[in-house]
Design a protein around this ligand. Structure first.
Ligand SMILES: [Zn+2]
Length: 713
């Protein structure tokens, strides 16, 4: 069999989907539709429904989080640009295989060799360089597990292919757009599920290899879409992104409250509700929101000075839905069924509750009456006909109103009535904590997503702050991994929404990268137990991708320059770390934890130097202490080395080391000259400095070295 092999290069790439606004859920490789788009731009014509298959692999040198200005094309107001933080892939290389009938393949080949337009990959600032376009022979081959081959590139492997392919790693599931379902605007895509595997993953089984032994993973587009559930006795939802997943989790919480056995409604990423249950859902939602209403209503009634202004609907419904669904049928303060409850008396509490409930149901009926004619399929379920386009009322933190600001860099998102109503459950799916909303998302497992979010919301430990909650989820997953021997840690996302007044909300997300997952699994039990107080600061550093060397610098500065920080105040993260350093009575080998952790994140394999440098520091200290004249020079030496580290000045560091060894009439150990390169500088310098300032404390140190699980942090 023959394929067309294409190698592309772009200095920068950002690969997104319609929900990638604000930097969430970007892809590590372009989705299929991006490559198809590029091919047709090269051909200078539109896709006319031709069938072909694509395999996508790629590699990049680095990821940077950067701000990018996105421009809205039809913005009426002055705010025509928005800064969004997005991960950018630098120096991106792409290996694509295309299989098609010969005529089409010839067209593609010709077009890519001599494209009719400048080619860009989405989000890239520079044109794509086409490095190779070549016909290659591909053969199916069975590879045994013993002879498994390593992926040279990161790769997408479609879910179905994995029935015949074994992998050393579980991969991360993505829902990826493939062909358009229709060519007119707004576009709707067909979607396929594919797992993303990092390079280095070992694969075996039934493989297709090209003539240079590159594996080829041709994906079969599913143009027919999902099985229609119309006419069936069920309504089905697809939790294919974090937003719909949060809505499904909200529904599950509501059903749990109604004492339903929720597990029977969930399978993988689908939520399937019997029609009868679906029809009761508005009522069940209202009941769930009214669960602890009596206490809240009475308290709020007491507080209201002007009783004619008391509105129980606002107290119960608006309070829960207001932040997420501005001016929606359930929250718009101008709507009659909402305002008519103004001034009701609290005497008959059950009657008041019933009034709130029936107003909510009226809101639902009003919601149903609002529909737009479209010929589109719903973006969320991929199966029902869309009756609206997503706007600010559906999920205010993410979507701007259509009139004010068109969805910034994507076409309108079509949505069916069922999915639209479901989005109103997202606010129940998120967990609210100190003015912020938090959600955990496991892309391939809705039930697991539900469970993890329960952990997030029922966390009763003293540590109520966000990072503590997040850590409780990570710890739970770690335990789960030990039991099930599967690993999902790198497969979870956290989404945080921060509502600041009436301004558009900030949305943050973070993802446990495979390297971070590895470091946590391997090393977290060695976190120094004398630093439990700043465990959440440590979590902040690792979740936000800040260097632990910065963390260590603050800690050591606090310890070494105790006096200069004695008046330090303030509650910033940095000053708390410095204060923790000040509070340390002595330092010991257990601080090497931070270096080892960072080096796992850096994928540095030369970690042996850490211990060596630590002991070299300890040894030098001993020599200094032997003699009174050198003893008092230890402190100035420490200051100078710390300064060299701060400046990342390797020359100054070595210069001081040479002088220090001369002082005790020794030659600088050879390994310093050999190993102290740019890559290893921080590792060696910090380990040495820790050694130089560490104390031998016999058993006490031993106990600290062993460390302990950071249970209560
Ligand atoms: Zn839908």
């Amino acid at each position: 069999m023959e394929c067309l092999r294409v190698k592309l290069y772009t200095p920068t790439g950002i690969f997104k989907n319609p929900l990638s606004i604000k930097g969430i859920e970007v892809y590590p490789l372009p989705p299929y539709s991006t490559i198809i788009g590029l091919i047709y731009r090269a051909m200078g014509r539109k896709w006319k429904g031709e069938h072909f298959q694509i395999s996508i692999q790629g590699d990049y040198q680095a990821i940077y989080r950067d701000y990018v200005w996105f421009r809205g094309d039809s913005l009426g107001e002055k705010e025509d640009k928005l800064p969004l933080q997005v991960p950018i892939l630098y120096s991106f290389e792409l290996l694509v295989h295309v299989k098609a009938e010969n005529g089409l393949l010839e067209d593609v080949e010709r077009a890519l060799k001599e494209p009719k337009e400048l080619l860009f990959l989405s989000g890239g600032e520079y044109p794509v360089k086409v490095q190779e376009v070549k016909r290659v022979k591909c053969l199916e081959k069975f590879v045994s597990e013993e002879n498994s081959i390593k992926l040279n590139y990161n790769a997408y492997i479609q879910r179905g292919l994995l029935e015949n392919i074994g992998t050393s790693d579980k991969g991360i599931l993505f829902s990826l757009s493939y062909f358009y379902k229709n060519s007119q605007k707004p576009k709707t895509y067909s979607w396929i599920d594919a797992y993303y595997f990092q390079k280095g993953t070992e694969i075996y089984g039934s493989l297709m290899l090209d003539e240079d032994n590159n594996p080829v993973f041709l994906a079969e587009p599913t143009t027919k879409g999902l099985k229609k559930s119309e006419g069936e006795e069920y309504v089905r939802f697809y939790a294919g992104n974090w937003l719909m997943a949060s809505a499904c989790v909200g529904v599950l919480k509501v059903l749990e409250n109604a004492e339903e056995d929720i597990e029977k409604y969930v399978e993988e990423r689908f939520l399937t509700l019997p029609k009868e249950l679906w029809q009761r859902l508005p009522e069940l939602y209202a009941e769930c929101l009214l669960k602890d209403a009596e206490h809240i209503l009475r308290a709020s009634y007491e507080k209201e000075k002007d009783k004619s202004k008391f509105n129980p609907y606002n107290v119960i419904i608006l309070r829960s839905l207001g932040d997420f669904y501005e001016n929606s049928p359930f929250t718009n303060p101008a709507l009659r069924y909402i305002t008519k409850l103004k001034g009701v008396s609290i005497e008959e509490i059950n009657q008041v509750k019933n009034q709130v409930k029936s107003s909510f149901i009226e809101g639902y009926e009003y919601f149903l009456s609002k529909a737009v004619e479209t010929s589109q399929t719903c973006f969320f379920c991929h199966e029902r006909q869309a009756k609206n386009f997503v706007d600010a009322t559906n999920f205010t933190p993410l979507f701007a109103s259509i009139e004010k600001r068109r969805n910034l860099f994507w076409d309108l998102i079509p949505i069916c009535k069922e999915c639209e109503f479901l989005l109103y459950f997202a606010s129940a799916g998120f967990c609210r904590s100190a003015g912020k909303y938090l959600f955990v998302y496991v892309p391939d497992d809705l039930l697991e997503t539900y469970r993890l979010n329960l952990i997030l919301s029922t966390e009763k430990e003293i540590e109520q702050e966000k990072l503590g909650r997040v850590w409780s989820v990570v710890r739970y997953v770690l335990d789960l991994e030990k039991q099930k021997s599967s690993w999902v840690l790198q497969n979870i996302y956290f989404v945080e929404i921060e509502k600041v007044g009436n301004n558009p909300a900030n949305i943050y997300s973070f993802h446990i990268s495979p390297n971070l997952a590895k470091a946590i699994r391997k090393l977290i039990d060695h976190y120094p137990k004398n630093l439990q107080d700043i465990f959440s600061k440590f979590l902040f550093y690792i979740y936000t991708g800040r260097s632990l060397y910065e963390f260590l610098f603050l800690l050591l500065s606090g310890f070494i320059k105790k006096d200069s920080y004695k008046n330090l105040q303030g509650g910033t993260i940095e000053s708390k770390i410095v204060q923790a350093g000040r509070n340390m009575k002595y330092i010991s080998q257990n601080l090497l934890f931070f270096i080892n952790f960072q080096e796992v994140l850096n994928m540095n394999t030369q970690k042996d130097y850490t211990n060596w440098a630590f002991w070299a520091g300890r040894e030098l200290k001993k020599l200094y202490k032997e003699n009174e004249s050198t003893q008092k020079k230890l402190e100035p030496l420490t200051y100078r080395l710390l300064e060299a580290i701060r400046r990342k000045d390797k020359e100054y560091f070595i210069h001081n080391l040479i002088r220090a060894y001369l002082e005790v009439e020794k030659e600088i150990p050879y390994l310093f000259k050999e190993a102290l390169d740019d890559k290893n500088f921080s590792m060696i310098a910090y380990a040495f400095l820790i050694g130089l300032n560490s104390e031998e404390k016999g058993k006490e140190e031993q106990a600290n070295n062993e460390g302990e699980n950071s249970e209560s942090a």
